[in-house]
Design a protein around this ligand. Structure first.
Ligand code: BGC
Length: 435
């Protein structure tokens, strides 16, 4: 097969037609209803035990944003629909130089939580006032109350031992105790999508959906009548585990090489942690078909990050960015213009599919909430893909339009920065006020 033919065929497999997107939305809506009713579904539809904030919440709280290998501890002040962060420390659980790694299987839960608690001490900087703490813990948790969250399983390739199957609040509380912190009480645990929704709804009206399009992917929404309480409650869908999209051979290769084959199937097609892996799967086939030379570097997991893909997508007519990524990251020297254009076309396909798929899932949620699209809706989004990947928001809109047609004009997507941290503070204050 010649290069242009291969690229055409591969991209046709990856790109989704309008009908395919409509089907994804239809399956997603069925999975939502099934999951919410407690029937088997790839959408876990986890209760959060929190509803939309009123905007009147006020006070000071410690927020921990544990979203993946990067963690942030903040002191947040809330008043009059405004959030102010007075202290903030960001750190990584995995030292790039290899000095430590709290995400390995060999690390025990207590070591991980002690490491985090030491950063709380730093943020407190001697402050001894009583402060509620909110933890954004961005992994699938079985939530049994606003402050009880049992980790179902790690995602994002984290493997620390002794956390799965356990409630994370006592783990954190015990670590704070060991560090001598007695004035900070963990009050709420939320998912980052819930944090994004809370932070957006604290200052904007009409927000019903919160989503993360970054290293991981997930979405939550405000269920107007939750079956557990009959009242409004935010539901963490764990949308990344949706299994209703047909996998291409490239997706199957990524899935098989992942830490948990069969799990997080939508996330493996959509999120920043995996987009580069899908592109590499296509490139590997091209090398096997002798349409590309073998690179002089090994293509390990993480070789192509979202930043590299953005560099390719930003490229002008000269393919300068694509060439630099091919040489520096993949060790592919001396590619012809046709090969560079082929590489770029693959990246466009993989990134475009991600955004359109996400848009189709938002459309499904909004159609569930408002079948006639008679109202205005806001989807609050955080994450590096939405914030930085060229044309990603346009792709989401295309997905919304494919499913909702003109109804998509009633939907606004809005970037909410640091929602997971601010949302944790809001949740802590809401829980504190509830006693
Ligand atoms: C996790 C979700 C999280 C998402 C975005 C996924 O891997 O399972 O709980 O919301 O990443 O961070």
């Amino acid at each position: 097969m010649v290069l242009s033919e291969f690229v055409e065929k591969a991209c046709n497999q990856i790109d989704l037609t309008t009908e395919a997107l409509q089907q994804v939305a239809a399956h997603f809506e069925v999975a939502m209803r099934e999951g919410l009713a407690g029937r088997p579904s790839s959408l876990q539809m986890l209760p959060s035990y929190i509803a939309r904030p009123t905007g009147a919440e006020r006070g000071e709280a410690i927020a921990i944003d544990f979203g993946g290998t990067n963690v942030r501890v903040m002191k947040v002040n809330l008043a009059d629909s405004q959030a102010q962060c007075s202290q903030s420390i960001k750190f990584t659980l995995k030292d790039p130089g290899g000095a430590y790694d709290y995400t390995r299987e060999e690390t025990q839960a207590d070591e991980l939580f002690d490491f985090i608690a030491r950063h709380v001490v730093e943020v407190l900087a001697g402050d001894r006032s009583m402060l509620p703490l909110g933890l954004t813990f961005s992994f699938p948790c079985r939530q049994e109350g606003i402050n009880r969250a049992v980790l179902i399983q790690w995602t994002k390739e984290i493997r620390t031992s002794g956390v799965e199957g356990r409630d994370v609040t006592p783990l954190l509380a015990a670590a704070l105790e060991r560090q001598g912190v007695r004035n900070v009480r963990p009050r709420a645990v939320i998912n980052d999508t819930v944090g994004t929704l809370l932070a957006a709804a604290y200052k904007l009206r009409g927000v019903e959906v919160g989503s993360i399009c970054g290293t991981g992917h997930n979405t939550c929404y405000l269920e107007p009548r939750h079956p557990l309480t009959g009242k409004p409650m935010i539901v963490n869908m764990e949308a990344g585990s949706f299994d209703g999209v047909t996998l291409t051979p490239f997706d199957r290769a990524v899935n098989e090489a992942s830490v948990r084959p069969g799990g997080q199937l939508l996330e493996k097609m959509v999120s920043g942690a995996y987009l580069g892996e899908v592109v590499l799967a296509v490139l590997r086939t091209m090398v096997a078909e002798r349409l590309l030379p073998a690179g002089n570097r090994s293509w390990d997991r993480g070789t192509l990050t979202g930043v590299h893909l953005s560099q390719v997508l930003e490229d002008g007519a000269d393919c300068g960015g694509t060439k630099s990524v091919a040489q520096t990251e993949l060790g592919l020297m001396g590619l012809t213009n046709e090969q560079l254009l082929g590489f770029r076309r693959v990246v466009e396909s993989v990134a475009g599919r991600s955004a359109r798929l996400v848009g189709a899932t938002y459309a499904a949620i909004l159609r569930y909430l408002d079948p006639g699209l008679s109202q205005e809706h806001v989807v609050a989004i955080d994450g590096s893909l939405y914030a930085h990947m060229p044309r990603y928001p346009d792709g989401i809109r295309a997905g919304l339009e494919a499913v909702l047609g003109t109804g998509a004009s009633r939907v606004t997507t809005s970037l909410i920065k640091d929602g997971s941290g601010i949302g944790a503070a809001i949740a802590a204050l809401v829980a504190d006020a509830q006693g």
